[in-house]
Every structure is written in C-alpha cells, then in structure tokens.
Design a protein around this ligand. Structure first.
Ligand code: MOS
Length: 739
C-alpha cells in the first residue's frame, strides 16, 4: 500500500495543463458568444463629460456599447460591492458613474460578434474629460500620509515594548536608514478573463479567473441583485494568481452586465496593458532603526512604514509586525501610515506586507552586522527568539535555527570572507548575503464533502481554488491516504461555487485547512464503516475502537494487526449501503497561547560585473521550516517560485508611472521586467524537519508565501558584500549601482 502524505506525487492536474485539456476562463466556447472589449480612461482623475460612441457603433458586427450613461441597473449600496477580502472604504464600481478615480479605469464596454470588431470599435470611442489635478507619487505624498485607522490586516502589535527612543539614543552601536520598494504589478500568464454562459431564464454560468469562486458568486449576486441559484461561478484551473485573483475583478462585472443586457453569452478578456489598471503591490517606504549592545544583542527595533492606497479604499498590510515579532529586543516601536493617491486600490501580492517589510528589516540587520563587525548569520543567532516577541507567546513550532544551520552548510557560508569586494570570479565580484524569512501559518474555516463507494472509489469536494499551488494533488493525496485507496481511485472536485464552502485560496491557508477537514471527514466515514464491520457475525473488529482502526488497502484494519480487517465492500454490504457520504466543516482551533508561523533562511550568491554593473544571482539556498510537508515536489515548486519572484523584486520589477499624467509607462511585459530563465540559476530548496503537534491535527503549515520573504534582502545584502555599495531602494538596477 502506497503512502501518499509526504511523498512527491506528480500533480494530478499536470497532464491536463500541459496537453491543453485544462480550460481557462477565456477558453469556454459556445455558439453565439458575444465579445466585450473594455475601454479605459486616459486621465487619472476627473469626470467624463461625454462619450461619443457613434463611430464605434457603425463598425460591422458591433452590437452595443455600454457606458455609465446607458448601462442596466446595478446595486446602489456600498455593501453590495464589498467582497470577502475587500479593503476598508467604498469599493470601486465599474461603469457606475461619470467619475474617474484612476488611469486605466474601465469606462465603456464595446460588445461585438467578434473580438476583432469589438477591439477595433473600442479604439474609435471619443471621450471628453473634465480633468482634475492628481497625485500618483508616493514620495510626493509621503508627508500627507496618515496613520492606518483600521485594525484588521494592518494590525500594529498592541504592545510597544520599552522605550525605543531612549535605547536608540544610548546604543553602543546603531543603524538607521530608509528603504523603499516600488509598485509591482501582477503579471500572471492567464489574464483577468470572464466567460459568462447565458443558460436561459436568467441563469448564468460564470467561468472566471479567481482565487475564490464563492466570493465572486456572492459578490455578483449582490451587485446584480440576483438569487444565489442563478449565478454559478467556476474556476477549475487558474493560470497564476498569488493575490491578483483574491477580489472579484471588473471583467466579471462587465461580462455579467452585458450577458444580462443582451440575454446572450459574453466573454470579456483584459489586455495585458489593461491588467496594469489593477492588481499591484503598493510601493512602500520604511525607516528602520536598530540598536545593539557591543556583544551583538539587539536592544531596540523601530520601523515606520509608509505605504500607498487609493482615494476610495484603505488597503494596508502587515509591513511592520515582523520586525517586532522576529528578534529578541527589549525595546520596539512601529508605525504604519498610508498615503492616498489617485490610483486603483492596491491588492495582495505573494506575502503582502512581509515581502516589503521584512525586506527592509533584513537589509537593516545586515547593516547592523557591518556596524558591529559581526557575521550577519551570527547576529541572527544572537537575536534569536523562541517566543513571538510581539505577543510574548511561544510558537507552535519554530525550527528557524535549523534553517540557518542547514542553509549555511549547504551554501558553504563558513567560507565567506566578511570584507566586501574581496571575493572574485574572473572580472566579476562575488557577494554572499543572507536573510531571514517569516510568514503566518493560518487555518481557516472550510468544509469538505467526501463520498466513498463500495467499489473503492471516492470523490472529495470543496469550493477552494487550485491557483497552481497543488491543491488538487494534496486533496487527492490526503483523501487516498485516509481512506486507504489508490490515488487513482480518488476524484477531486474544486473551483465550483456550488461545492462545499471555502474561503478564497490565499494567505497560505488552504493546504492545511482543507487537509485537516478531509481527515476529519474521512474519520466520519471510518466510523460508519466500523459500526457496520462490528455487526458482521464473527467480525474480527467486534471490539475495536475507532482510534484503533485505519483504512488500508481497501479494508478497515486494526492498526498493528492488519490481518484483523473487514473490506470496505463487506462493511457496506452489512450496512445495506453502496455509498457513504459525509460533509464536515472544520474551524481552526487556535488556543491563543501560541504564535503560528513559518520561517526560512535564505542565502544568496551574486556575481557583479565590475565594469558594467550587471548583477547575476548565481545561487540561492532557501531552507524552510513549514511543519509537515504534504508533497515535497509541489512544496519545492512553491518555494522556488517565491525565490524567483524575490530575485525579480531585488533586481527587476518596477512599475514606472509618469506622474505628470498619472499613467504607467511600462504597462507591458516587454518593459516591465521579470526574471526570465537566463536570470535564474541554481536554486536549492531545503525543508527542515518541523514536527508540530499543536498547530492542527496533521501538523501542516502552508508554504505558498514563505518562499519570497527575505529573498530580496538576501540578494541586496549579497550585492553589498560583492561591491561595497548599499542600494536601499528596490530594484537594484545597474544605474543605481554605478551611479
Ligand atoms: Mo496570496 S497574496 O494571499 O494569493
């Protein structure tokens, strides 16, 4: 009998994806499909005086042009537009009125019989604006930033420790500097896209690119005042999301609006350029001050973050809590302010808050190590904390020390010459840098349904998405293992709003939540089978207890004596059933007495061409402690993806806005740089053993986000070590390095 949990099982959806059998939101075809092309604003702020649609309407094949002036009715209350993961404020409403809140705002939808006609006609709209002055530059608005008022996601730790100002003033060694990160846009392979199938009678099937089908379903029902049974949202495959698909997107609203208006099926796909009108990591500025005693113990940490949000919503993420939590320090203080700009609301992007906040912290720690003349890894050991310093509680588990040890060993850190510019490879300077990563290990309420047939087949169902992280596979693995079935006998159903409840797939919380729910649902099935098995005359399990039996190889067997067993088929026959179905909702059991986190240690090697300033990241070792690893193959792939993204954050990614026009200048993947294969060299992922008997029954921590945290700082620290130049504003481009 194969064991599935903990084994590198190939992705269940892999074949469908590489053969093209997997269909994405824009690939569902029906006869008579209408194509919608979005027209977006060319100003950043103001009003639409008039939209002249006459020329567009004369194009052959054009059916209609929807604008705020002629659109069908949509809900009026703010609540209707507030989704499960909305920021505080008044959510944006597409085509709602004449106001322009940001550049690239959708202002019209051209509907035609072909996508070519729709797109051509969209180019013919004439829009007359009344323009207002705008501000899109975080640095220009930083002085007007105001403290975060909401306490949900941004949550500053309640307890400020000690007297940080005094400790800093009296410090034996201190380091203070400002670090910044730019706006970064999501560039998933799959664009924002919606295909709405008009099923007749007002019923709609919505194929949507999303991380949360039920979130989108509820949102659309509210916006269009529709009954829950009238809108079904499907998203069985997602071509990259990592935060961009958490909130419902305007493409979905426009496609449903059009389908209801025309009583036809409609598809709306955003162009790559239009995707820059939403979905980005906000730019941040961090002022960090660190104080240390001469023996290298950190004594004070302060972090003041300024991030950006829109004029209409307050998007804030936990940028500062990590510095307070991670290291032993008697004194700590943090502040988080937001500047309101004339831009769309930012959104989550892989490890929101941590990717930026920990970047600043871990570069500052490196600079403190230099000030102390101490190895940066040794500084982390001296500041090591077995308790969350903010909450003052121990962790459910924390094997960060092992991450440092195993990562350093695999990397060869001991051979590092601490002096910058001392290591060379031909005409390239070699630099070695390291950093710590940290993220949350959350569990969320979720429901799974499992049906087991007498012939040994099972179906497991949950409305979660699989955003490419491997959810199909791990759901299959856990079900197969818990029911003692071959993996190929298990069908996994997800990405359908009619399935049992799931929150959005994000925050690294689905793998652990859904796995524990599956285990609990399987326990109910096991209990039914045991009750029936006991009733069989002469049953070998007549006095067996539930906790003493397991399902193995198609039978219910006594643990430790598998010869005492009853087959699933025999037990079901006894019960007169040919199928058992159970549904179980599981809510996380957080005792409040422990911190729940994943950790990592990242070691990076860069080689810098001394004349040209070209930086190559030649090696990265990421050692991760994330509880029990369900599938080393998909887990490794998550961490590798995070490391690649971190390399992009360090060296490549930056959305450039022409602030005079409030318009993005590089809204395309030719000029918005991301790491390509030539930029990515050796990446070594290590999973450190981290048994955790507290966090949840299976001891699982999610690891969708930990992979990116700290990577940009490890690279930045390596660049300093190679060159002796400290660049604190990301990305580290060669002009900054040579300038
Ligand atoms: Mo993740 S940024 O919560 O998809």
């Amino acid at each position: 009998m194969a064991s599935y949990i903990g084994n590198a099982i190939p992705r269940l959806d892999g074949r469908a994806k590489v053969t093209g059998a997997a269909k994405y939101a824009a690939e569902f075809n029906v006869p008579g499909l209408v194509y919608g092309s979005v027209v977006t604003s060319t100003i950043a702020k103001g009003r639409i005086r008039a939209i002249d649609t006459r020329e567009a309407l004369r194009v052959e094949g054009v059916i209609d042009v929807l604008t705020h002036e002629n659109r069908p009715r949509m809900a009026e209350s703010d609540d209707a537009y507030t989704d499960d993961v909305a920021a505080e404020g008044r959510p944006f409403r597409p085509l709602y009125d004449d106001r322009v809140l940001f550049n690239l705002q959708p202002i019209a939808l051209v509907l035609a019989e072909t996508s070519e006609a729709a797109r051509f006609a969209a180019s013919l709209l004439r829009v007359d604006y009344e323009q207002d002055a705008h501000v899109t530059d975080l640095f220009a608005a930083r002085d007007k930033a105001t403290a975060v008022s909401q306490d949900s996601f941004a949550l500053s730790p309640a307890k400020l420790r000690g007297d940080a100002a005094k400790a800093l003033a009296a410090a034996a060694r201190r380091h203070e500097a400002e670090y910044s990160s730019p706006v970064e846009h999501h560039n998933p392979m799959e664009p924002y896209a919606t295909t709405v199938i008009w099923e007749g009678g007002g019923k709609l099937t919505v194929h949507e690119k999303t991380q949360g089908v039920q979130n989108v379903q509820r949102y659309l029902c509210r916006v269009f005042e529709a009954k829950p049974e009238d809108i079904r949202v499907l998203s069985r495959y997602v071509g990259g999301a990592f935060g961009s698909g958490l909130r419902p997107q305007y493409a979905a609203v426009l496609a449903v609006l059009a389908a209801r208006a025309l009583k036809r099926s409609v598809r709306v796909v955003l162009t790559r350029q239009q995707m820059y009108g939403l979905g980005y990591r906000p730019a941040t500025i961090h002022r960090i001050a660190l104080a240390a005693k001469l023996d290298g113990r950190v004594d004070a940490i302060t972090q003041e973050a300024i991030a950006m949000t829109s004029q209409y919503e307050e998007f804030a993420r936990k940028d500062t809590i990590w510095s307070g939590a991670l290291y032993q320090s008697a004194h700590a203080r943090y502040a988080h302010a937001l500047a309101r700009l004339d831009v769309p609301t930012p959104c989550d992007m892989r490890a929101p808050g941590a990717a930026t906040g920990v970047y600043a912290l871990e570069c500052a720690m490196d600079e403190l190590a230099v000030a102390l003349k101490l190895d940066p890894l040794e500084l982390r050991y001296r500041a090591y904390s077995d308790r969350d310093q903010n909450a003052g509680v121990p962790y459910t588990s924390k094997e960060l020390r092992e991450c440092y040890r195993q990562g350093a060993e695999a990397f060869g850190w001991a051979k590092r010459n601490p002096e910058p510019r001392t290591m060379r490879d031909g005409r390239e300077l070699v630099g070695w840098g390291m950093a710590t990563g940290v993220w949350e290990a959350l569990d969320v309420p979720i429901t799974t349904r499992i049906a087991l047939s007498a012939n040994g087949h099972a179906e497991v169902a949950c409305a979660t998405s699989d955003i490419g992280t491997g959810t199909y596979t791990i759901m299959g693995q856990v079900t197969a293992e818990m029911l003692g079935l071959p993996l190929e006998n298990v069908d996994v159903k997800l990405g359908d709003s009619t399935l049992p409840q799931s929150p959005v797939e994000g925050g690294s919380w689905i793998a652990s939540s859904v796995s524990n729910a599956i285990a609990a649902t399987c326990a109910m099935i096991r209990e039914d089978l045991l009750n029936w098995a006991r009733q069989i005359p002469g049953s070998p399990l007549v006095d067996a207890k539930l906790e003493d039996v397991a399902l193995v190889d198609g039978s219910l067997a006594l643990k430790g004596d598998t010869h005492r067993a009853v087959s699933i088929a025999d037990a079901m026959r006894q019960g007169g059933a040919d199928r058992i179905e159970h549904q179980k909702s599981l809510s996380p059991s957080d005792d409040g007495k422990h911190a729940r986190n994943t950790h990592s240690a990242i070691f990076a090697e860069v080689k810098v061409d001394e004349q040209l300033g070209v930086i190559r990241v030649t090696r990265v070792v990421s050692a991760v402690a994330a509880g029990r690893i369900l599938n080393p193959a998909t887990a490794r792939s998550q961490v590798m993806g995070g490391v690649v993204w971190g390399i992009g954050m360090a060296l490549h990614e930056e959305t450039l806005i022409d602030h005079k026009f409030g318009r993005i200048m590089n809204a395309n993947i030719a000029e918005y740089h991301v790491p390509v294969n030539a930029d990515v060299h050796d990446i070594d992922v290590i999973f450190v053993a981290e048994p955790d008997a507290i966090i949840n029954p299976l001891g699982i921590k999610g690891l969708g986000e930990i992979g990116i945290v700290g990577v940009a700082s490890a690279v930045a620290n390596a660049v300093y070590h190679a060159t002796g130049r400290r660049v604190r504003d990301l990305p580290i481009t060669l002009d900054k390095l040579l300038g």
